[in-house]
Design a protein around this ligand. Structure first.
Ligand code: PEP
Length: 251
């Protein structure tokens, strides 16, 4: 039985002042939940704040990106070991905004995934198709290639220490959500792909859905057998909305 997982992706939002009540409200809201694990992935400068507010609570925290390199003269980069220093459990890799805006290739994403694992962080690997690719009937091919690049690099066993997130690009921040049937179809395909390599790893692998998840559509999405929770962008910035989505996963 996979424990559901809801992770917030704050993207480049927040200030010290606004983060404080948001984090405290989330902590207050998740007390006593066992059915769902909750985490927030915050911008790098706020990792100290997340660590200080969330330590000893039921809410985990993580980052949204990392360098594929261990250390050295790489101005502006942040390594996995540095994230470890701030108590991160998770790090998002391969978010579509990193792939499309910052040109991250499948190969680079696989390197980042490997770097995260090597330092004991759990990568949340994002995969997803653009609207053009969906319309061309290429959804399953695209996400399979994104996963394959990683499994070829680290081996399928590595997925037992990771989380997968299916995030159709056309649904991220657009208010347009995949239907639960559309999402379930892709989640099954992803699980089957991993199962071909290792059935046990596939059974335990948490596959999140991300893309305009809101309090009003979360329960329906999370009721699907292969949707194990959500990666939440915009709605994770409003404590009541995020908590309501977590509650939907806890049902
Ligand atoms: C995301 O950034 O991963 C995301 C799913 O964003 P939103 O929920 O705002 O669509």
């Amino acid at each position: 039985m996979r424990q559901k997982f809801v992770a917030g992706n704050w993207k480049m939002h927040g200030t010290l002042k606004t983060n404080e009540p948001l984090l405290r409200d989330i902590v207050a809201g998740v007390v006593g939940w066992r059915e769902v694990e909750v985490a927030v992935c915050v911008p790098f400068p706020y990792l100290t704040q997340a660590q200080s507010v969330l330590s000893g609570t039921a809410v985990a925290w993580g980052a949204q990106n990392l360098s594929e390199r261990a250390q050295g003269a790489f101005t502006g980069e942040v390594s996995a070991v540095m994230l470890q220093d701030f108590g991160c459990r998770y790090v998002i890799v391969g978010h579509s905004e990193r792939r499309s805006i910052f040109g991250e290739s499948n190969t680079l994403v696989a390197e980042k995934f490997a770097a995260a694992l090597a330092s004991g962080l759990q990568p949340i690997l994002c995969v997803g198709e653009t609207l053009e690719q969906r319309d061309a009937g290429k959804t399953l091919e695209v996400v399979a290639a994104q996963v394959e690049a990683v499994s070829n690099r680290v081996g399928v066993a590595a997925f037992s220490g990771a989380v997968l997130a299916y995030e159709p690009v056309w649904a991220i921040g657009t208010g347009r959500t995949a239907t639960s049937a559309q999402a379930q179809e892709v989640h099954v395909a992803l699980r089957t792909q991993v199962a071909r390599l290792d059935g046990k790893v596939a059974d335990g692998l948490r596959i999140l859905y991300g893309g305009s998840v809101k309090p009003g559509n979360a329960a329906e999405l999370f009721s699907m057998p292969d949707i194990d929770g959500g990666l939440i962008g915009g709605a994770s910035l409003v404590a009541a909305d995020f908590l309501s989505i977590c509650a939907a996963a806890a049902r």
